[in-house]
Design a protein around this ligand. Structure first.
Ligand code: PXP
Length: 261
């Protein structure tokens, strides 16, 4: 299982003071030495963490391939084409959200996404679509001729948190709050099965399958054991742990978990 480490949160900490420290560039070598396979960053329209200079420097200096998440906004795509990361992952973006909330609405944005995919391919950038795990989105992704899809695991992570950590609020949704443990267990099973079926379906169509969002040291193993998924992109939990253990230890622990059979 490949591990992409999302280093946006290093820039979040820097932006809390609007100074130069900590610098996400300093994470690149540590990520590589700790066994990460990829650097993931998100150049948001509001530049709330990673900015254009970060993105440029990270892409130029990273010893690992860079996966750049971005919206389908024309100005952003122009920048991405100049930056030339190895891969662009197209995500929906909403200025008021705390983090990416759902998958791309591939159906309603099909024509726009098609143009964006073509443009990125013209610039020799491979493309991934961040989608919710359902059949129609997978079929449309295939039609869009992308190399990758990334399945949104946020819903799985929310249900897992409700069930196992006794959280009564979650970052993304509170609709499961009224449910009993037995109902949550059933929902978790369904959610995991949906991810399994979707990834299998996508792989069968020839798509490479990544997954991510809300994955952490507690909930990652069932996702890492899904055979059709070949890469996980994880940010918040790794950077959060690194505050206490250092980045190297946080990445090594996650990499060990996702590789265990
Ligand atoms: N994958 C995608 C497409 C994302 O948008 C994000 C969040 O930036 C992640 C993975 C990582 O999510 P988390 O920080 O919850 O691990």
């Amino acid at each position: 299982m490949l591990l992409g480490v999302n280093i946006d949160h290093i820039a979040v900490l820097r932006e809390a003071r609007k100074i130069n420290d900590p610098n996400p560039i300093d994470a690149l070598g540590i990520c590589k030495l700790s066994g990460a396979d990829q650097i993931t960053i998100h150049l948001r329209e509001d530049r709330r963490h990673i900015n254009d200079t970060d993105a440029k420097n990270i892409i130029q200096l990273s010893p690992l391939p860079v996966n750049l998440e971005c919206s389908i906004n024309d100005d952003i795509i122009d920048i991405v084409c100049q930056l030339k990361p190895m891969r662009a992952t197209l995500v929906p973006e909403n200025r008021d959200e705390v983090t990416t909330e759902g998958g791309l609405d591939v159906k309603n944005n099909f024509d726009k996404i098609k143009k964006v995919v073509q443009k990125l391919h013209d610039h020799e950038i491979e493309v991934s679509l961040f989608i919710d795990p359902y059949k129609e989105a997978i079929g449309l992704s295939k039609e869009l001729e992308v190399e990758w899809i990334e399945l949104h695991t946020g819903s799985y992570a929310n249900i897992y948190a409700m069930l196992n950590l006794n959280l009564n609020n979650s970052a993304h949704s509170i609709k499961e709050l009224e449910l009993s443990k037995a109902e949550l267990k059933e929902l978790l099973k369904i959610s995991l099965n949906t991810l399994k079926t979707s990834s299998k379906e996508a792989k069968k169509l020839g798509l490479k399958v990544a997954a991510g969002h809300g994955l952490n040291y507690q909930n990652v193993k069932p996702i890492a054991s899904i055979k059709a998924i070949s890469e996980l992109n994880i940010g918040q939990s790794i950077i959060a742990r690194s505050v206490f253990t250092g980045l190297k230890e946080a990445i090594v622990s996650m990499k060990t978990l996702v590789q265990e059979k």
